[in-house]
Design a protein around this ligand. Structure first.
Ligand code: ZN
Length: 691
């Protein structure tokens, strides 16, 4: 998860529902060769002294929790992070090999050259250090030269092209109500803190974070050469401007309603909302022929942004743009900028103790900017056809179990069921890596210019995205890189995507006990599949259009169940007086519960065809299923990171993703023969069953 607010905003750009902070990358080829029955289930990490009926998370993970500390360069440490760490070592070796190949003029593979030169530029610490803020000189001069509102808007347009999210965000994506075409999307943005609430809440913890943020902005201005006094005034000006944007922004909960962020407009329609902004100029500046129609996600925000553009003093805007620019690019610059950025976003906001070593930071930049080039090298070494076949088989079994579950639902009418089957049958599944690799040949990468590479990469991505307008939908495109330890469901494409990175031990092993594979990766597949039918995903039809296919009565019956799960999670209190936000996390909690149930049913079906050992490590297949599931969520996090997650993340903290679902599942109590007095099962009246 990115701690930088910039990334958080950009993550909103696609309504992708990701399984989140789980991760499972690679240990290398050796991990795929051994074959024992409990490869994925790690019995040695359990604590069997615990009672599974009362402390299932600790029963499944107790020894792991006791033996693992959070690494000092991480805000959290989970099963996904374990895999990510291994993955990073593998990627490091690939990048280093590519870098030495790049120095050898005989090596002509363009992908190797790209990765090699890019990695080299990022590792050239002496050069980066010597340059200080110089790589931003041209952009800073542009801001400085602004003398009227037209130029102000032009610089904002320039920022959008180089990956700086000043004032609002712009990108091209499918029209949510006509997914056969791409349209421009204009959405809220422009903040430096992770969410609007950080500007507006008045509890002690938020006030302290806000104070630290303002100090950080101030410090950054001094690094740019402002005097202490001027830096202080400038930081106050930034806070005032961003606070006004925050007030006009929609909450994260409100953003979960896709209808609320859909407003198809023409230029004259936009002029009615925001008469002051010269939108024609903006479109021209970003290289777009005047669009006939586009979506304005949050009209109230855009109206306010327009008023501010027109009314606030130019010097305040210039100060804000300097901050936005340097904040987005701090990580490319010398150590004083990098350390200041880490000190606030890493240490204060997430509780991380130490900055990651340079090679990890450079790899994550490469992953974000040229991730498919890195991915091409990665999958050649770490992802085989057997894994793909094994996962596909699980996907098919899980889809069948979902179909079966839908057919038995008492609360859904035959009419709605017919549409649900249609949606289920048309879901596209992508496994491992794209069929066609992204073409980076137009991106100029220079081994001596890290910041320049990052800016050009942002520009390259902006142009690549813009070029989609008017073209057919690219069904080959991936929203995650192959080495990512995560997965997602994308409702407008009606597709589930499982990168090679997540199909690795201990999350998946081609030769593992079926029960363990189903409890782990199977439940992830079920989770993503259920996103197609969660409170958000269900609003999209089989063609990905935001269009209701539910009868009124079925919708009512479904929403009643959603309220049940919201209330259940509202009660959980992981830290301080902070409760999980049931509404913010509803979609993910529905997917966790659904995934857990559907994958278990799929396992039961699979066991009929491929019986597994009746007992391994003293556990039955269904017990192994539940333990593997709980192990996929093993993890711990720093207090600050936990607070940040509760405030901003649609996923519940790991432990609750285990104990929440099983409290609704009699299957669990049966598997562990829990007595009525010692069962995690909630009373029948409160129990939530959706699928
Ligand atoms: Zn999810």
């Amino acid at each position: 998860m990115h701690h930088n607010a910039q990334f958080l905003t950009l993550q909103l750009r696609r309504s992708v529902l990701a399984v989140s902070l789980c991760v499972s990358a690679m240990s290398g080829a050796h991990a795929q060769t051994a074959a024992t029955n409990s490869l994925v289930l790690e019995a040695q990490t359990m604590d069997k002294k615990m009672d599974p009926c009362t402390n299932f998370f600790e029963y499944s993970n107790g020894t792991w929790l006791a033996n693992n500390a959070i690494p000092s360069d991480r805000a959290r440490y989970t099963a996904y992070d374990e895999v990510t760490e291994r993955n990073l070592l593998a990627l490091k070796a690939l990048a280093e090999t590519a870098a030495s190949a790049n120095l050898d003029s005989k090596v002509k593979n363009p992908v190797t050259q790209l990765v090699g030169a890019y990695y080299q530029s990022g590792m050239d610490e002496a050069r980066i250090e010597a340059e200080g803020a110089k790589p931003l000189a041209a952009e800073l001069a542009q801001i400085d030269a602004i003398s009227d509102r037209t130029q102000l808007l032009a610089v904002i347009a320039k920022h959008h092209q180089i990956g700086v999210g000043s004032l609002f965000n712009f990108y091209v994506d499918q029209d949510a109500k006509n997914t056969k075409r791409y349209i421009p999307q204009i959405v809220q943005g422009g903040l430096g803190l992770p969410d609007r609430d950080y500007y507006l809440k008045t509890d002690a913890k938020t006030l302290e974070i806000r104070k630290q943020y303002q100090k950080h902005v101030e410090h950054t201005f001094t690094l740019l050469g402002d005097s202490a006094e001027v830096a202080k005034q400038n930081a106050a000006a930034v806070l005032a401007l961003e606070t006004r944007l925050a007030k006009a922004s929609m909450t994260k909960v409100a953003l979960r309603d896709p209808q609320a962020s859909y407003h198809l407009l023409t230029l004259s329609g936009l002029a009615k909302i925001d008469a002051s902004t010269q939108w024609t100029n903006y479109f021209k500046d970003i290289g777009l022929t005047e669009p006939a129609e586009f979506n304005v996600g949050q009209p109230k925000f855009i109206a306010e942004a327009g008023q501010m553009l027109n009314a606030l003093p130019l010097p305040q805007w210039k100060t804000y743009l300097r901050w936005q620019l340097v904040n987005a690019r701090s990580k490319d610059l010398s150590s004083s900028f990098v350390n200041a950025n880490f000190d606030f976003y890493g240490r204060t906001l997430a509780g991380t103790k130490e900055l990651q070593p340079r090679w990890k930071r450079v790899l994550s930049t490469l992953d974000a900017n040229v991730g498919e080039a890195l991915g091409e090298l990665y999958v050649a070494q770490f992802f085989g056809p057997e894994a793909k076949a094994g996962v596909l088989e699980m996907v098919e079994n899980i889809k069948l179990a979902m179909r079966d579950s839908i057919s038995k639902l008492e609360w859904m009418s035959p009419e709605t069921k017919k549409q649900a089957y249609r949606k289920l049958d048309t879901i596209v599944v992508k496994i491992g890596y794209p069929d066609q690799w992204r073409d980076y040949s137009q991106l100029k990468v220079d081994a001596t210019s890290y910041a320049g590479n990052n800016m050009r990469a942002a520009e390259f991505e902006f142009k690549r995205n813009l070029a989609k307008l008017g073209k057919p939908i690219d069904r080959n495109e991936w929203g995650m890189t192959p080495q990512t330890v995560n997965a997602y469901y994308n409702p407008t494409m009606n597709e589930m995507v499982f990168p090679a990175g997540i199909l690795q031990p201990p999350l998946y092993h081609v030769k593992a006990d079926l029960a363990a594979n189903y409890g782990n990766t199977g439940a992830t597949i079920g989770h993503e599949l259920t996103h197609a039918f969660d409170d958000e995903g269900r609003q999209y039809d089989a063609d990905g259009n935001l269009k209701s296919w539910w009868t009124k009565a079925d919708e009512k019956a479904f929403l009643k169940r959603v309220v049940g799960i919201e209330k259940q999670f509202d009660e959980f209190n992981p830290i301080d007086k902070l409760h999980i936000n049931g509404k913010l996390t509803a979609g993910e909690n529905i997917a966790d519960l659904g995934g857990d149930k559907i994958a278990l049913q799929a396992l039961r079906n699979a066991l009929k065809v491929k019986p597994q050992a009746a007992e391994i490590d003293g556990l039955t297949p269904e017990q192994r299923y539940f333990v593997a599931n709980a192990q996929s969520f093993r993890g711990k996090m720093r207090d600050q990171s936990l607070r940040l997650q509760i405030a901003t993340n649609p996923h519940s903290p790991e432990k609750y993703r285990v104990i929440g679902p099983i409290a609704n599942m009699p299957e669990f109590a049966d598997a562990f023969s829990c007595s009525a007095s010692k069962s995690p099962l909630r009373p029948e009246a409160k129990r939530v069953t959706i699928w």
